[in-house]
Ligand binder design. Sequence first.
Ligand code: ZN
Length: 201
Amino acid sequence: MGGRVAGPEIERLIQLLARLPGLGPRSARRAALHLIRKREELLAPLADTLRVACDKIVTCRACGNADTCDPCTLCRDERRDRDTLVVVETVADLWALERAGVLSARYHVLGGTLSPLDGMGPSDLNLASLVERVAADRVKEVILAINATVDGQTTAHYIVGLLADSKVKITRLAHGIPVGGELDYLDEGTLAAAIKSRTVF
Ligand code: ZN
């Protein structure tokens, strides 16, 4: 362990940056130095933006998205398809699907998955509000865009059970070969899922 190279304020900046996903202590130090060097054009605007974001960011009470307004920008967008509801685990998943730019539907963020080991039960997820929305908004299709993990699939089956009494059509994302993927590099589980969900060419 070397001694400190900077005062406590800069050490604190490095420590906080190191807690960001994808940044370890070394990259955090590099990022901090970059911010310090670009004080006027980067550090000051970033500090202002973080302050404003900290004050304004709220969770949308309708869908669970993070935005600066409630209902969020997506829920307010009248052009979006009101018949289709896409169920995702997290806001990150919602944003990823939006980046794909294929859907113009509305979303429902669960806030995680069922996970007995982590103590996540049905009451810890936004499931009651999902059932309410499907009924109240007369949703015609629920797309389960849930991760292909054991907990994700357990959650998907649970939701199918919850919505069994409604007439809503329930679909899920296809499992299989990633775009640009090579068969030789895929694991057996992915290959088996791809063969099972093959489509007519
Ligand atoms: Zn919303």
